[in-house]
Design a binder for this molecule. Structure first.
Ligand code: NDP
Length: 287
């Protein structure tokens, strides 16, 4: 026998649709760079009954050390886990599942943390008024982390009033941040005191890359930080319009890289080189 192990540690992602998600190349590049015998498998797991339950059972049976959950599984997966980390519990959604040394499967949420690390590269949001478009899983994660980072006021904008109002109430009950909810029946006008505007909806995601959230472009002003969560394509029309009006822009790749790095740290104990992860995405998107 050679003494060499031919059994890599397995990680991966369950989502639908999975084909446009570039996370696999970023994670595998980081594993290779750090000499880790880990693999990351991108898996299509649809919304049909038992689909996610079977996938989680499969991961447990096959010796996975953890996995990501993306659309539409981030909330549903909670019922198959043994517990939640602190921010996942406050957010009410999980994007990263980690097998603990004692065998328990714990759900974490690194989406909001990834966004915040990326945002802090251009501005510290503490004490600022932020406007957030969307009230789905990504928006929820971002809103909670913004509150934990000391944002003083959040204007939350969402198409479905019930969903938006529910998130606003959740934030008021559980954080110290002032939260205003705004319906979205007409173009959103960015209030004058807002320092950061975030698109956390799925509008603009491939293949609808030219779609844009309904924001009054005349309310974009020089110096406003405009961020988009959409990772593919990274240079969304929303960001291009903002940049042409003198805004500071932040694309979804930064969030993707930073949340991927946090996931890798959970699974391997290694804090990866962000530049390696960024480089492979930059190459894929021909930036
Ligand atoms: P959800 O399905 O949970 O939420 C989608 C949100 O977008 C809801 O607020 C929904 O509003 C809104 N929305 C969708 N279509 C429209 C429309 N036509 N008009 C107005 N509002 C609309 O998705 P997630 O929050 O999980 O994901 C959102 C995006 O974030 C995805 O594109 C995903 O790729 C991206 N993402 C990026 C990450 C990164 O690392 N860069 C990480 C995680 C997510 P309503 O409530 O009315 O339906």
């Amino acid at each position: 026998m050679s003494g060499r192990s031919f059994l890599p540690k397995l990680t991966g992602s369950f989502s639908h649709p999975a084909g446009d998600n570039p996370t696999v190349v970023m994670m595998e590049a980081a594993y290779r760079h750090h000499g880790l015998d880990f693999r990351y498998i991108n898996m299509e797991v649809g919304p049909e009954a038992e689909g996610l339950a079977d996938a989680v059972r499969g991961a447990k049976a096959q010796g996975y050390v953890g996995f990501n959950c993306s659309l539409p599984h981030k909330v549903e997966v909670i019922q198959y886990l043994d517990g939640l980390g602190e921010s996942a519990s406050l957010i009410g959604a999980v994007n990263c599942v980690v097998k603990q040394a004692d065998g328990r499967w714990i759900g974490e949420n690194t989406d909001g943390k990834g966004f915040l690390s990326s945002l802090k590269g251009v501005i510290d949001p503490a004490g600022l008024h932020v406007a957030l478009l969307g009230a789905g899983g990504a928006a929820r994660a971002i809103a909670v982390e913004l509150a934990l980072a000391g944002v003083s006021e959040l204007t939350l904008v969402n198409r479905s009033e019930a969903r938006g109002a529910k998130l606003a109430e959740h934030l008021r009950q559980n954080t110290a941040m002032k939260v205003n909810f705004c319906g979205w029946s007409e173009s959103f006008v960015v209030p004058g005191g807002v320092g950061v505007l975030v698109n956390a909806t799925s509008i603009g995601l491939a293949p609808d890359g030219e779609a844009m959230p309904d924001v009054d472009l005349n309310s974009f002003r020089e110096g406003l930080v405009v961020a988009d969560v959409i990772p593919n394509p990274p240079h969304t029309r929303f960001l291009r319009e903002a940049r042409s009006r003198g805004c500071v822009t932040l694309d979804g790749l930064g969030m993707l890289v930073n949340q991927g790095a946090a996931n890798m740290d959970y699974w391997t104990g290694v804090k990866p080189d962000l530049a390696v992860m960024k480089a492979v995405l930059t190459e894929i998107f021909g930036l």
